[in-house]
Every structure is written in structure tokens, then in C-alpha cells.
Write a protein that binds this ligand. Sequence first.
Ligand code: GAP
Length: 452
Amino acid sequence: MTSKVDMEKLVSLCKRRGFIFPSSEIYGGLSACWDYGPLGIELKRNIKDAWWRSMVQERDDMVGLDSSIMMHPRTWVASGHVEGFKDPLVECKACHQRWRADEAKDGKCPDCGGELTEPRMFNLMFKTFFGAVEEEAQVVYLRPETAQGIFVNFANILDTARKKLPFGIAQIGKAFRNEITAGNFIFRSREFEMMEVEFFVKPGTDEEWLKYWLEERLNWYVKLGISKENLRLRQHAKDELAHYARDCYDIDYLFPMGWAELEGIANRGDFDLTQHWQSSGRDLSYFDPDSEERYIPYVIEPSAGVDRSALAFLVDAYDEEPDKDEIRVLLRLHPDLAPVKVAILPLSRNEALLPMASEVYADLRQRFMTQYDDAQSIGRRYRRQDEIGTPLCVTIDFQSLEDNQVTIRDRDSMKQIRVPVAELRNSLAAKLAGEPLEVLPPGGSYWLGFEG
Ligand code: GAP
């Protein structure tokens, strides 16, 4: 099975429309680092908001955290990352390109066919220095996962949040990995954002909770518009498990380069809390008031990448369809994720339309992320909004000045409907919440048919 989407086309759309740019581009770019432009940042914020809403706001067994990126260096010794967060690296003796050993399995450089060096282990954590004088300074690491900030705060949260097991701690934040080979656009970068939950459960209930989270997390992607056939679950083989994991599944997505991990859901057992207890001396056990016993909780960890999710949502939403003599390119993004929810498009720049168009814009932008565009023909402006995934466009024409009604145009169906300005906010809100445009206040609107 292959993806219907061409990665180059998507990268080009993202650059052209202001979603994603190469980092430091005026200096030639910085390998595997990316900047999110005006639309990209909205998409990313919407993904994070949707995740936070489903993980924290809508649950009573979850609390949030924002821990620091730099942590005490002993954290990473205890967590096993100093010793174990390594990939085998080989280098081509001819062109000096470096590869992860598993990417050059045939023993020849995948680029030039040259001979490779013996593998040596390469730690993926970025180091920096704490303190004014570098020679005397302490080495600290930029976190390669947000999870450890959660584990070291377990006791703080237990003492303050009044939660009983099972409960979870959720965190969104940046992580850094000095990947040997990064690439495939924002799929693998050296600086990225993670959305992680550490869900603490009673030992013995962990397998059940792992199944629960697999289902929850798959459903989250589907609810936000990802096609089921582009998702699959893959259990890790024993020799593939991370050093902390008892069991792990990847939610794979069918990216343009093939099936690859979108999110990992691991059973970390009591590995991390035990390690930090032993290393810090701070008791990280839990007294269970129901069974009146004390134990170290097990942890189920759904760990998703914001950037990888953004890529998956973009790939899944990308569509091309014939429209008259042209190809209509559109992003069929879920309304919750679309960077711009509503575009206000006066039919022309005619001054007579300006007061009403400005008034509608001023009103709607208080409620929705709204864009105003009066340049070029109306057809071209619709196409532009289609390409950035705007679900609804509102057109103000000369008739609007007469009857106080405006046109709402739907991105996916290109259907148009006429509504009184007084009902516009409600109509847009209903449509963005997934209600069909037909169900509107009595006497309020009527179908115009298709854009044409
Ligand atoms: N705490 C668990 C953990 O770190 P992981 O499978 O290494 O697990 C979790 O990472 C998720 O983070 C991945 O599924 C992916 O979405 C994202 N991720 C990991 N490395 C990444 C990278 N170099 N660039 C972009 N996203 C990455």
C-alpha cells in the first residue's frame, strides 16, 4: 500500500502558503530544523489544543505539567539515557556521509556505494554547559523526551493534586535529539515537540490499561479526520524494545515514504520510578488507600510527536480534484485543526462593499480565526482558501447591501448557502462543529446550489 500524496508537492505547498519553512533559510538552512510560519503555527496550536482538551480538560484522571527542558544531569543517568540512548553509527570512507547502521544494512554507502566504517555507538542527547566559565561548568543535556520531567515530579503532584491511582500526568513540550540521519521533512528533526502522558496504574492492571490507551489514541486521530486505512498498530519485537519498556506498540501512519511511527504507546512498568527512587533517595512509592498496600506504580505512556501529527494531518487532508479545466488543490483539514476557520471575501474591492465587509470581519474575528481577503478574483480567492484548508468562506456582494444576507461557501462540497448577517455567527459555529448547513434557524437560510 502506498500513500496517494507526493511529499514534494506537500513541502512546496507548505512553503508557498506559509506553513513551514527551513530553519535559518537565508543562511542556507540548518539541517533537520524547521520553522512554522503564520499558518503552520495555527495548525500546530490547534493540534496541541485538541490533544490537551481530550487528555486533560475532558478527563478527571489527568493533570498537566510544564517541566523545564534542562534537568539535573543525574536524571539522565538514572533514566538510562546516558548509557542507553544511543544509535550505531557508520561512516562512508569515500564520501564521509554518516548513517545509522540499520539504514546501511548492505554494508555499502546508500549514497555512493563506498565502504563503511565499523559501527560505533553515538549518543543522541545534545549537551550544553551550565555556568559562566565553560571549563568549570557542569554538562547538562537538552531533554530527548519530556517524560522524565513527569517522573521526577511524581511525588510533588501526588502531594498536591489529590489524585488516586489510576491517574496520569500530561505534558507538551520541546525535545531534542541529535539524530544521525534526519529527514522526510518534519517527520524526523533534531528539535521537535512531544505530547506525552505518563499514566500511573496498579501493577497487574497495566496490560488492560495499555489496551485502553491504544484504542483511545487511535480514535483521537480518526476523530480528527485521519482515514482508518492509513493507520495501523504494530507491536515491537522483544529485541526492538527501548531499555525501559516491557511492551510497546507504534501507531503507524502511511506517510508518503511508507508506513512509519506516528506515536509510541509503551508499558514502562516501574522502571523509571524505581530508578529515580534509587538514584535520588526520594521515596516514589504509592500508598493505595483501597487495598491498603504500598507499591511502585506501573506506567503506560502514550507519546506522540506534534510535528509528526502535523505531517500526518496534512498528508491525510491533501487532495487534488479536477475542477473545470484546472486542478483544485485542497486541504480537507478537520475544522478544529484548520489554521483559518472563516475567510471574509467581499465580491470586489468596490468601496460600497467595504463597510459591511469590515463590520462582518470585526465581528467574526472575535469568535473565529478569520482572514480578510479582497485581492484578485473571487474564484482565485476561493482556491487559495481551499489550499490552506479554510472550511468556510463568507462572501459579501451587492445583494447583501440590499437584503442583509451573505453567502457561506463550504470548502469540501463547494456548496453555497445564503444566511442573514444576524445569524452568521451561529450558522458558522454550527457548521464548524460538524452540523450540516441545512439545519439552521427556521426561515434563516436557503441553498443557492454549487459555486459556478
Ligand atoms: N517518551 C517516549 C519516547 O520518547 P519515542 O518513540 O522515542 O518515545 C515518541 O518518541 C514520539 O515522538 C514518536 O512517536 C514521534 O512522533 C516523536 N518523535 C521522536 N523522535 C522524533 C524526531 N526526531 N523528530 C520528530 N518527531 C519525533
